[in-house]
Write a protein that binds this ligand. Structure first.
Ligand SMILES: [Zn+2]
Length: 305
């Protein structure tokens, strides 16, 4: 069972000065994300990825935006009923905080597929400054500097990929369907095909998402996982409860998939943060019963000077 520890985080600029927010961290794994605060926006980042030159990355929190009510405050969804002007301002703020422009962003069209799009320069702005010319895209890869990939979350698992050797990146949305479809492995394959990436060079990170303690599922979900994962892994992935329900560990499932893809264990970074355990800090579909905005995962290669 994951260990939980409480961290008191002082929200100074993003909210009222001196206001305290408790953050529950899972310390089962060594690696975890750091809380960053830039220009009044609070976001999360892995220290290991920040050390890689030419890479921009981060994961948004609820703090530092202008949206109200169930969307408060950093909602990045244009399609969940929030005011468009607020979402646009939120994008301006998060981009400024992480060091890129809203025009650089290329967004996914997440429908729980394992479809991966190879993103090129002409895709910049898709879903932000212009409509997306594609549908059903849950993962993206690119090697184009100046492009920032963006995928969206409120409990599902973000997967980041950085190949510093071939200067290529990938970003994929892995909910239970994507995990059962092994989208992490599909993304690594795509990076091999497109950029000749070697799995042993790739750094991968599992972003903030629902933890096993919070993730109750029914038997049909477990059936899908039993088809995808060898029996030797089952005890690590889920346990059964009364009433035909199970608790499923999507973090461990994705970690196994990344290891199976050839990624080194010490190159796999864990979130240490659950969306559902921290519903004031992060949007959680389960904790809010669907009344929520979207968090954003961002990953890009810096423009060459
Ligand atoms: Zn949790």
């Amino acid at each position: 069972m994951p260990l939980l520890t409480q961290t008191t985080y002082f929200v100074s600029k993003a909210r009222q000065k001196g206001e305290k927010m408790e953050i529950k961290r899972h310390i089962k794994y060594e690696s975890h994300m750091n809380v960053r605060e830039e220009k009044g926006v609070t976001y999360l980042a892995w220290p290991e990825l920040e050390k890689l030159p030419g890479v921009i990355h981060g994961f948004s929190t609820r703090l530092g935006g202008v949206s109200q009510g169930i969307y408060a405050s950093m909602n990045l969804s244009f399609t969940r009923g929030d005011e468009e002007a607020c979402v646009r301002e939120n994008y301006r703020r998060i981009a400024e905080a992480m060091g890129f422009s809203p025009e650089d962003i290329v967004t996914s069209d997440q429908t729980h597929t394992t479809n991966i799009r190879t993103v090129v320069w002409e895709d910049r702005g898709n879903g932000i400054t212009k409509p997306r010319p594609y549908k059903d895209i849950d993962g993206m890869v690119t090697n184009v500097p100046g492009v920032v990939l963006a995928t969206f979350y409120a409990d599902c698992v973000p997967l980041y990929f950085v190949d510093p050797a071939k200067r290529a990146i990938g970003l994929s949305h892995s909910g239970w369907r994507g995990t059962a479809g092994r989208i992490g492995e599909v993304t690594v394959k795509k990076m091999k095909e497109e950029y000749a990436s070697r799995p042993e060079d790739i750094y991968s990170a599992i972003g903030p998402s629902i933890c096993q303690d919070c993730y109750e599922v029914s038997g049909d979900v477990i059936d899908a996982f039993c088809k995808t994962f060898e029996k030797k892994y089952w005890d690590r992935l889920f346990y059964s409860k009364e009433g035909g329900k199970y608790q499923l560990d999507l973090w461990e499932a994705n970690r196994i998939i990344l290891l199976d893809s050839g990624i080194r264990e010490d190159h796999i970074l864990m979130p240490g943060l659950c969306t559902c355990c921290n519903p004031d800090f992060l949007f959680s579909h389960r904790a809010s019963k669907g009344k929520r905005g979207n968090l954003g995962a961002f990953l890009g290669l810096k423009k060459e000077d």
